[in-house]
Ligand binder design. Structure first.
Ligand SMILES: [Zn+2]
Length: 311
């Protein structure tokens, strides 16, 4: 393809430079399917591909993902959410006025629906103990933890990690300044009672590796509470490329309830969906991933904690 210039380093055979219309030259890494590992280079591009950011629908496991991702440094610094927001808003503005009215209705609907607060979900699903927030930012989201929960976080931005560490240390916790996978590797086995992955997993270059490593540091019976955009939502089908879940190239993984469940099970969790966790009327979905207690535990079984029977 004319927009791709292979780099010369022999140890970076799958690294390319793409010339994005809005972001300029960006070094990217080829991605095989993040769920099953299939190389989908020869598969047709998903119709929501945009600029140089090609989405693929894996024919083996149905996972949808961007098959080239900026390396970690670029993704979290130069191409961070804040930096690409302006680019995204322009992209959506260019698609107006057709989608504008529907977009406003979407926002109204989202405000009318109850929001599932992570602290409440933690209290419902987890025993008290150490809780880690992956991609914790400045730590503000952990302010409302209930008694008995000690806040920890992993954050790649040095400035944000410093702010989070100051916040968490007051309560006996800490923040690790590192990419998530590296940060988790620095933690001992079964250190955490719970984890929160809030609008995080869709950004992650290696989501399966992170879920695997997270499983190691969770206590048996520990939970990871996940919130991600729901690619299976009706609003995505109605809004098409104007759907709020598309963010190029920050959002690398586009999960449906099915693909999220498959990935979590592959990493060794039992997956629980409450009755309202994966409603197709919502742009986001929730899942509670539970680390099984032992080899004899039945995968996918309900362990209580408010599961509405949808698991
Ligand atoms: Zn796949």
């Amino acid at each position: 393809m004319s927009d791709i210039v292979p780099l010369t380093q022999p140890d970076q055979a799958k690294t390319f430079e793409v010339n994005s219309a809005n972001l300029g030259p960006v070094q990217v890494v080829h991605r095989d399917c993040p769920l099953c590992g299939r190389d989908n280079t020869d598969e047709p591009d998903n119709l929501y591909s945009y600029d140089v950011w090609t989405l693929k629908d894996c024919p083996s496991c149905t996972m949808t993902y961007i098959d080239r991702g900026p390396d970690y440094t670029k993704l979290f610094k130069e191409l961070s959410w804040e930096h690409t927001t302006a680019v995204e808003e322009k992209r959506r503005a260019d698609l107006r006025p057709l989608g504008y009215k529907a977009s406003k209705l979407t926002r109204l609907r989202m405000h009318l629906l109850p929001r599932k607060q992570m602290p409440l979900m933690l209290e419902a699903w987890s025993n008290p103990g150490n809780v880690v927030d992956l991609g914790c930012g400045d730590g503000g989201q952990m302010d409302k933890l209930g008694p008995g929960f000690v806040p920890f976080g992993i954050e790649v931005s040095t400035a944000l990690a410093k702010a989070a560490d100051a916040r968490f240390s007051v309560h006996g916790g800490a923040c690790i300044n590192a990419p998530t996978l590296d940060g988790l590797k620095a933690v001992g086995d079964e250190f955490f009672a719970a984890a929160t992955l809030r609008s995080y997993l869709e950004h992650e270059m290696n989501p399966l590796a992170v879920l695997n490593e997270l499983c190691r540091v969770l206590q048996p019976g520990g939970v990871a509470i996940v919130k991600v955009p729901n690619y299976g939502s009706w609003n995505r089908m109605v809004m098409g490329p104007k759907w709020c879940g598309f963010r190029y190239p920050d959002h690398l993984n586009y999960f449906t309830p099915t693909t999220l469940k498959k990935m979590a099970q592959k990493a060794g969790y039992a997956v629980h969906f409450g009755l309202t966790y994966t409603l197709p009327t919502s742009d986001n979905m929730y899942a509670v991933l539970k680390k099984e207690r032992g080899k004899g535990a039945a995968r996918g079984s309900c362990g209580g904690g408010g599961c509405g029977g949808g698991c």
